[in-house]
Design a protein around this ligand. Structure first.
Ligand SMILES: Nc1ncnc2c1ncn2[C@@H]1O[C@H](COP(=O)(O)OP(=O)(O)O)[C@@H](O)[C@H]1O
Ligand SMILES: [Mg+2]
Length: 238
């Protein structure tokens, strides 16, 4: 089998010291293979954001090892870490994090500009990514001219455009109504069907029901890690 996208061994994260010590992660071991579609669920304070930040190479664990697409990220210096992050991970956040007063296509191009891709090629790839999320006809719209669901689909296009090994989403539907949630989840379903590896963090059961694999965190530990048959909510029979 090819190397996993994520290979995490006995991750621990401890905040504070003495009386105030918090074991935010108390030994998390996890492998995610290419093409998987994983939801990580847990109640508030269970360690989801801490885990997301470590998986995304935005933070480091107290102990444990973490290979991202075969690269031991704990051994990288800051600059190399930032490069690995840009090359290997596409982030999607709850609050969309688009740049205001900037067109959808310019937002999607941004990670390619950082990667040094030439303008003409950037534009072509950004338009292609917008097409993948069903927003080819909104390329010139600015964020405030788009619905929440459309803004999040622009953010998905931006995450995709660098062809990362992993799409990592923290509460991607947390700010969306039911209809927009459905639109965004449909995009994730399609991306995974096309072979993309997706890990999303959520506390919404209807999101957790959609993925191929469901992991539950309680007090910084994985208590369930199961394969499931996705519930294709909102897909109407022909
Ligand atoms: N920077 C921090 N300093 C101290 N404690 C923290 C910090 N970040 C998170 N925690 C604690 O770690 C635990 C897990 O937090 P978090 O990962 O944010 O959980 P979740 O995202 O599931 O709500 C909580 O008890 C939280 O209070
Ligand atoms: Mg959180």
């Amino acid at each position: 089998m090819s190397r996993p996208v994520l290979d995490v061994r006995d991750l621990k994260k401890i905040y504070g010291e003495g009386e105030a010590t918090v074991h935010a992660l108390a030994g998390v071991t996890l492998t995610v293979e290419r093409g998987d579609y994983v939801a990580i669920m847990g109640s508030s304070g269970s360690g989801k954001s801490t885990l997301m930040n470590i998986l995304g190479a935005l933070d480091v664990p107290s102990t444990g090892t973490y290979l991202l697409d075969g690269v031991d990220v704990s051994k990288l210096a800051d600059r190399q870490l930032a490069l690995a992050r840009n090359r290997l991970i596409g982030f999607i956040f709850q609050a969309f994090n688009l740049i205001p007063r900037t067109s959808a296509v310019a937002n999607v191009e941004l990670p390619l500009a950082y990667a040094g891709v030439k303008p003409r090629e950037r534009r072509r790839r950004a338009l292609e990514a917008l097409d993948v999320v069903g927003l080819a006809d909104r390329a010139r719209h600015e964020p405030n001219q788009l619905s929440g669901g459309q803004q999040q689909r622009v953010a998905v296009a931006r995450a995709l455009v660098t062809e990362p090994a992993l799409l990592l989403a923290d509460e991607p539907t947390g700010n969306l109504d039911t209809r927009s949630t459905e639109d965004v989840l449909t995009v994730f379903d399609q991306l995974n069907a096309a072979g993309r590896t997706i890990v999303l963090i959520t506390h919404e059961p209807e999101v957790g029901d959609r993925t191929k694999r469901l992991i539950r965190l309680v007090d910084g530990r994985i208590v369930h890690d199961v394969r499931q048959t996705p519930v294709l909510a909102g897909r109407h029979a022909q």
